[in-house]
Design a protein around this ligand. Sequence first.
Ligand SMILES: *Cc1c(COP(=O)(O)O)cnc(C)c1O
Length: 419
Amino acid sequence: MSPEHPANYRPETLAVSFGYDPAQALGAVKPPVYLSSTFIYPSAQHAKDIHRAYFDNEGPLVGSGSHIYARLGHPGLDILESRLAAIDGAEAAAAFASGMAAHSSIALAFVRPGDSVLHGRPIYGGVDMLYGAVMPEFGASVETYVDGTDPEGVRAAAAAAMAKGPLALIVAETPANPTAALVDLRLMVAVANEVAERQGRRPLVVVDNTLLGPFAQRPIAHGVDLCLTSLTKYCAGHSDLLAGGISGRLELVQKLRALRTTWGNHCDPFTAWLVVRSLESASVRIERAMLNARAVAGWLREHPKVAGVTYLGFLEEGSRARAVYDRQCTGAGSTFSFHLHGGEAESFRMLDRLRLLKLAVSLGGSETLICHSASTTHYAVPRDLRIAGGITDGTMRLSIGLEHPDDLIADLAQALEAV
Ligand SMILES: *Cc1c(COP(=O)(O)O)cnc(C)c1O
């Protein structure tokens, strides 16, 4: 661990080197990949001491000399977790094998039979499945709200959830994907506090911060309990791994770490190393991708074959969503949607003509990705629900990467001629 206190630095600085001390590894300026499944005890008494700490306290210790077995914790995990916590402005963090491993760990750690969960719609498909289909098999129920900036609607949904059972979690994904709908985090925290007064147990507020990432939106600073990031996306940023992170208060993170040793869904040493390496340049990559996205979104908005562009940077001045955006976000991200005049046939013709943009799901990589929402990410959503949620048969999601924006625009221009 670095001796420096993270509060002395900005997130961009912490992302470069926080959490790794070169003295830990023969002076190497960069951390090694600690490929070891198990760790030597310096003495039998030391072995007993660290097992006592593990079993009698809150779980695995962090730091050199305190590792037992890599599923419980390993040096690469310590570096990644202290760096992620510092960047997020949280007391602690835990890293998992994927974003969904992180989401399911929260569900299994904090929801019990009879409890209810409240989340917004739309939400990431895997999370929808987790709370809508998997957790009900364990006796939990779910309630959803549509507009995360509407105090009346959110309070009514919270009351409906409590009518089904004690509200354990309020889960928010903001901005939502692919509609760019925002959730007011201050409102979520206020509702959690009101619910606590009524049911005597405070629900945890969990925010999925994947879409903007840790530099353009800092949920912990807005009072939420847990900030979850699919590190697979912008933080790793090269579409070459899967990982997930959760930041928050030490007491909550310790519970997640302890349970993770049972579930075995930790982030492995090589992946942890890759994420740590990628975090160093994440803020610069994201900044450039956001600039590129602004250029492409602006160009698309003016194109005669485009019916509309759903991009955070175009939120109307004076709207409720714009007020939330101004308070919560310092950038509009680089993932957005546009809607063609026309349906699936027109969209497919355009997509099959693209040469530079790649046809794939996922987001946050260095390369620009595009997908037709209705037939891929939202395939399983009934058509009327999908259209009510703003996803037409001509909606395509773009995750803008690091190519030159003029080349991206030229490729879109020639492909749009096929429509
Ligand atoms: C991708 C994604 C996830 C899931 O992350 P994985 O690393 O793919 O498991 C969760 N939430 C959002 C918003 C995502 O985009």
